[in-house]
Design a protein around this ligand. Structure first.
Ligand SMILES: [Zn+2]
Length: 464
């Protein structure tokens, strides 16, 4: 409708609309279109006080136009204030120009910029809390309380005040009653609730408990409502049954490539035309360490790396998994060496950058406390094996360095994924070429052209 107006007028309307939130633009455009239509004009500069009066009267007599008279009034104020109207006579009696300009300037400043969406809790934060809360806390009442409040707020519809106003005396056989309903409570919380039931204060100090949780996981300002908001952000509605479930993969399945809740999927499985598939987690990035991690960077300390890796991610392809536990072992030895050299000037000289390039034939350059160089090759395993593999290149490097009188050491890191860090062990093997405990066994041979070099870098010729 606005196309029938002069280009200048269209531009004026665009500028005028900038003073209002996008959500109200349609209403303004509709009112302004009507205004020009009713007056039979196409140019804002040609409007005058008589037009204004006519339009006001027209809209006031037409109830169904709602607030259109107000919208048009604003438009007239605008074109008067900014001297768009060529014949402004009469307006000065009803409006003061400087006031109008102030008004429009205020509007312009109050139109909020697009607010960037920020989740109440990030995926990482939720994951960290869940991981902690899922651990066994049988004998730790404080941890159980945190886990219980987290469960009620994040995994059920129980409101913050609803939880505050109930107490453990309303708990029986895995059901907690509130003034609003009943909630299933997993068995692991039974000892806590039964204990509280007998205690002097059977209620839940939700604020205090969640504050403690926040301190534990280092989320500043964590309050119950943030958890509740986060639940709302992380909840999905099953299109089949209409029930709401949190967005963890195990709550959902793909049926004919559409996602529905696991209960509905189970029912639909009986229908042979439907293909029910688990939602495969291996396509989801972020659970594994990217290959390009620079392990020399301080950002990834051993502990951080370790937190990211856990044997339950069995979807990691074996090769990738092995590469990653390899990195983990290198980070462990790097930390270990730095610890051993604490207080010497060599501590900061430990260098783990050679690991990035396999052609180096060793992973870490370290020192003994007298400053003698140690060339360390790290062999990492999740279990406790007897045998291990060494590449021809590593062997070649060992021979080379030993012939130069330097130390080439193999650090075998065992149980790298052990639950308790103290169960990780390291064997140091000196002089792999001529060792009492280990003997080299040929594993794979490559037939190399006789013109090739015998000790080419990067050639995984012989594994032992
Ligand atoms: Zn469903």
């Amino acid at each position: 409708m606005l196309e029938v107006l002069t280009p200048q007028t269209q531009k004026i309307i665009d500028d005028f609309l900038k003073h209002y939130k996008p959500i109200s633009h349609r209403a303004y455009i509709s009112a302004i279109s009507n205004l020009f239509y009713v007056l039979g004009k196409d140019d804002a500069s040609k409007l005058d006080i008589e037009d204004f009066k006519k339009v006001q009267e027209y809209f006031r007599n037409k109830e169904r136009y709602g607030s259109q008279d107000k919208y048009c009034e604003s438009f007239f104020k605008y074109i008067y204030a900014y001297n768009i109207i060529k014949n402004p006579k009469g307006f000065e009696k009803i409006w003061i120009k400087s006031n109008l300009i102030n008004h429009f300037e205020r509007l312009l400043n109050s139109v909020p910029e697009k607010v960037e969406y920020k989740p109440s809790l990030t995926i990482e934060q939720i994951y960290e809390i869940e991981e902690l809360m899922n651990l066994e806390h049988e004998d730790n009442l404080e941890m159980l309380k945190m886990a219980f409040c987290w469960y009620m707020l994040f995994h059920t519809d129980c409101g913050v005040n609803e939880l505050k106003s109930t107490d453990a005396t309303k708990y029986n056989n895995n059901i907690l009653k509130t003034n609003n309903g009943e909630y299933y409570v997993p068995e692991k919380f039974a000892p806590l609730l039964n204990h509280l039931k007998e205690s002097k204060y059977p209620g839940f100090n939700v604020n205090g408990i969640i504050t403690k949780l926040g301190k534990l996981v280092e989320i500043e300002g964590l309050i119950p409502q943030i958890i509740k908001n986060s639940r709302n952000e992380n909840i999905l509605k099953c299109s089949q049954c209409g029930n709401m479930y949190t967005n963890t993969i195990d709550n959902w399945q793909a049926v004919n490539k559409r996602i529905i809740c696991i209960n509905c999927a189970d029912k639909l499985k009986k229908n042979s035309n439907l293909k029910v598939e688990p939602i495969i987690s291996q396509n989801i990035e972020g659970m594994s360490i990217k290959d390009d991690i620079n392990i020399s960077s301080i950002i990834y300390t051993f502990d951080e790396l370790r937190k990211k890796l856990s044997p339950e991610f069995d979807y990691l392809k074996l090769h990738k998994f092995q590469m990653e536990i390899g990195k983990l072992g290198e980070a462990y030895v790097y930390d270990l060496e730095r610890k051993n050299l604490a207080g010497t000037k060599y501590q900061d000289m430990v260098d783990n950058t050679p690991a990035k390039n396999p052609s180096n034939g060793y992973d870490i350059l370290s020192y003994d406390r007298n400053g003698n160089e140690l060339y360390i090759e790290v062999k990492t395993e999740a279990s406790n094996e007897n045998d291990f593999y060494i590449t021809a290149n590593e062997l070649c490097t060992a021979r080379q360095l030993q012939s130069e009188g330097k130390k080439y050491l193999i650090y075998r890191v065992h149980n790298i994924l052990a639950k308790d860090k103290n169960d990780i062990t390291v064997d140091v093997i000196d002089n792999i070429i001529n060792n009492k405990e280990y003997k080299l066994m040929p594993h794979i041979y490559l037939l190399q052209n006789r013109n090739g070099q015998s000790c080419k870098k990067n050639s995984p010729v012989l594994q032992l």
